[in-house]
Design a protein around this ligand. Structure first.
Ligand SMILES: [Zn+2]
Length: 193
């Protein structure tokens, strides 16, 4: 019998590479949804920044660390030779940052402080909460389930993976339609800065 332990099927390799690519797309999707939902906020870069915080402070740092250490290419190649579960064993510091940045408690503390300081509900920071909410439902437990209860519990919601083709199509179609509707048809001005 052929041992398949160390050898991944072509299909699995393609799947892993697609997931890596999709991870970047996921980040962009978050930014687009933030711009759509918070379009009346001026300047718009503030809610977009809050929407980017969870991934920028975890995967973003990981990504730059890879570039800085010259390991980006080798990490990318290595990913091809790992079973999905091994590939998902991220370094401890990254899983801590991932937990901290995707935690409803971190969000609540920052949102609370900003609301207290400004004396009014600090709406742009809600983009952070929206990011966590999206992630909770669109990540399966098998693939980067969202640790939204960090550090109290590592329970994860059994969401469905956003990496499914039909979801990607519906999601992008909705994004493109809403951008066209809001900013072109209705002509709402985008005040980024
Ligand atoms: Zn995220």
């Amino acid at each position: 019998m052929v041992r398949r332990d160390n050898k991944l099927s072509r299909r699995t390799i393609i799947l892993i590479n697609n997931r890596l690519l999709l991870r970047k797309m996921d980040f962009i999707v978050h930014l687009f949804w933030t711009a759509i939902v918070f379009h009346s906020q001026t300047p718009l870069w503030i809610p977009i920044l809050f929407g980017a915080i969870p991934d920028a402070t975890s995967w973003g740092i990981f990504f730059f660390q890879m570039i800085a250490s010259g390991k980006l290419r080798s990490t990318w190649k290595e990913a091809r030779h790992y079973e999905r579960s091994d590939f998902l064993k991220m370094p401890q510091w990254l899983s801590t940052l991932y937990g901290a940045s995707h935690s409803i408690f971190s969000f609540a503390v920052v949102f609370g402080i900003l609301t207290f300081i400004t004396g009014e509900i600090f709406v742009p920071a809600l983009a952070w909460g929206m990011h966590i909410l999206f992630d909770i439902f669109t990540h399966s437990r098998e693939f980067l389930g969202t640790p939204f209860l960090w550090p109290v519990s590592d329970w994860k919601f059994p969401g469905f993976s956003w990496g499914r083709w039909w979801f990607i199509v519906i999601n992008w179609a909705t994004i493109i339609f809403l951008i066209w509707y809001l900013f072109i048809l209705k002509g709402i001005p985008v005040v980024l800065f």
